[in-house]
Ligand binder design. Structure first.
Ligand SMILES: Nc1ncnc2c1ncn2[C@@H]1O[C@H](COP(=O)(O)OP(=O)(O)OP(=O)(O)O)[C@@H](O)[C@H]1O
Ligand SMILES: [Mg+2]
Length: 176
């Protein structure tokens, strides 16, 4: 337990220390790029991926590399949750004048109430031998640091939807 705790703290500390590099980002383009990393898997497993991207999405000021990691983690989880021939929908929209939202929805196995309570904890995984359980804890840390938030809606057997809310301006990046 001590060793694991040491590893987590180093990993999370590493993510926390990574310099935030703010630039203007087209989120539609960014999620499309991230999806292209998984396109082959979608093809081979016959997963339908539907892009519902807002036409005139405002650009945001944020950190490109860190956001790529966020959406890769969430998309990976969606791919793990669906069976072959499953459906994943990637949607973007202007939430309000200050906030842009990207939702990733799947029609996979969904989550129990117990899992929903713990899914952002480091090392929490239901992934038998494969998962480390670090994906969402790191994702959550990044989004919070960029001034955003993550909402989760899911029920057992009913799929899941992760919504990442991001400020158009990253005014003050919390140090840590
Ligand atoms: N789209 C989803 N559908 C159903 N369950 C999910 C979904 N996304 C996350 N979860 C649940 O949350 C848990 C934690 O996710 P997290 O990404 O942190 O770890 P992991 O995917 O198990 O491992 P790793 O990301 O290290 O490969 C998962 O094991 C799974 O139980
Ligand atoms: Mg994961």
């Amino acid at each position: 337990v001590e060793r694991c705790s040491g590893i987590t703290h180093r990993l999370l500390g590493f993510a926390r220390r990574m310099d935030v590099q703010i630039e203007s980002i087209d989120l539609n383009k960014l999620v499309t790029e991230v999806y292209s990393f998984l396109e082959k898997e979608a093809f081979h497993r016959n997963i339908e991926v539907r892009m519902e991207l807002a036409d005139e999405l405002p650009t945001i000021l944020s950190d490109r590399g860190q956001l790529q990691q966020v959406f890769l983690n969430i998309l990976n989880n969606a791919f793990e949750a669906v069976t072959d021939r499953g459906l994943v929908v990637i949607q973007s929209r202007e939430q309000d004048g200050d906030t842009v939202a990207v939702s990733i929805r799947d029609n996979g196995i969904g989550m129990s109430e117990a899992t929903k309570k713990r899914l952002f904890e480091p090392f929490f995984t239901t992934g038998k031998a494969r998962g480390t359980g670090l994906g969402l804890s790191i994702t959550y840390g990044i989004v919070k640091r960029l001034g955003g938030n993550i909402l989760v809606e899911s029920a057992e057997g009913q799929g899941a939807e992760f919504t990442v809310l991001l400020p158009r301006q990253t005014a003050e990046v919390a140090g840590g």
